[in-house]
Write a protein that binds this ligand. Structure first.
Ligand code: HEC
Length: 231
């Protein structure tokens, strides 16, 4: 029924279509008579990417980091390895290779890992702006890209976060701010595959979504005693 392609099999494909193509389902409804309820999530994603609306998502459209949507969807080795095992835990050898590749991708700030401005960090953890394509392409000259952390994590209790990832409420208060702890958090944000091979958490530093400065601000929100996360 559906075209099977290596790209579409990837978690990246799913993530990209759900993050980037928020309106795809609604549009497909208007023009296509297909039974979405009979599809697995993978089939639905493939359908939306490749077939809906006579040809699928506009993969030739330009993306903010340069290149096209199709190019963004080309998986790197780490993503390919994780897609191949389809949500299972990687075997020890693959896990070690993924950790090593992730470790190599991490670039540390010149003056060491410092905490930035928690108030800015608060906005960044909440914001889902940035890198979205589809019907309304995010204009990075108007607003800066955020971190989408709250989509998956509960942080301060004044806002409701997601639960795909563990709660980070009270993070600094319970974990402390030792150098090792700050490095762990920085690594987790930059490329979490170094600790959790094939995690669903994005590689915010390695994929260029967050700068070192933004990571410092987000870390301040997580660790600063003044931050509402640590109330
Ligand atoms: C798509 C969901 C998702 C997003 C978005 C996300 N995370 Fe995560 N995060 C996870 C998951 C899942 C884990 C647990 C690791 C695992 O089991 O794969 C995790 C783990 C963590 C941990 C380690 C928690 C611990 O117990 O020490 C930290 C720190 C963290 N995330 C911070 C962040 C920050 C900061 C952001 C935003 C820049 C963020 N995450 C965005 C899914 C996400």
């Amino acid at each position: 029924m559906l075209k099977k392609t290596p790209i579409a099999a990837g978690i990246t494909a799913l993530a990209t279509i759900f993050i980037a193509g928020g309106c795809a389902v609604a549009d497909a409804d208007k023009t296509d008579k297909v039974d979405y309820t009979a599809m697995t999530p993978h089939e639905l994603a493939e359908y939306l990417v490749f077939e809906a609306n006579g040809g699928g998502f506009n993969l030739s459209q330009e993306v903010q980091e340069g290149g096209t949507a199709l190019e963004r969807m080309q998986q790197n080795e780490l993503q390919e390895a994780c897609s191949l095992i389809d949500d299972a835990d990687p075997d020890p050898e693959t896990a070690a290779a993924i950790r090593a590749a992730a470790a190599e991708s991490i670039v540390y700030p010149e003056g060491g890992i410092q905490l930035g401005d928690w108030e800015r960090g608060r906005e960044l953890t909440w914001s889902g702006f940035g890198y979205r394509i589809g019907h309304k392409v995010d204009d990075h000259t108007k607003e800066e890209a955020g971190g989408t952390c709250s989509n998956c994590h509960q942080l301060a209790t004044d806002r409701t976060g997601g639960n795909l990832g563990p709660s980070l409420t009270g993070y600094g208060k319970t974990r402390g701010t030792s150098d090792a702890m700050l490095k762990y958090a920085y690594d987790m944000i930059y490329n979490p595959h170094v600790y959790f091979p094939c995690t669903h958490m994005p590689r915010f530093g390695a994929n260029g979504m967050l700068t070192q400065e933004k990571i410092a601000d987000i870390m301040a929100y997580m660790f600063d005693p003044e931050s509402p996360v640590n109330e």
